[in-house]
Design a protein around this ligand. Structure first.
Ligand SMILES: [Zn+2]
Length: 63
């Protein structure tokens, strides 16, 4: 097969989009509050983590 190309910038772009699509929080306390709400309202188990890309806090369903 020809036409294989290296995906150099893809992960960076994906990460950036990821941050924009995700809920972002200024601090862990806010993220934790949202996490608890998601758990109570949707039964969704989320994890709070600090993002090195945007330097904010996100929630992830990764467990
Ligand atoms: Zn981020």
């Amino acid at each position: 097969m020809s036409g294989r190309r290296k995906r150099t910038s893809r992960s960076e772009v994906a990460r950036d989009i990821d941050c924009n699509e995700k809920l972002s929080f200024d601090n862990q306390k806010q993220a934790n509050a949202a996490k608890i709400v998601a758990d109570m309202q949707h039964g969704t188990k989320l994890k709070v983590y600090h993002c090195n890309s945007c330097n904010l806090w996100h929630l992830t369903s990764y467990y």
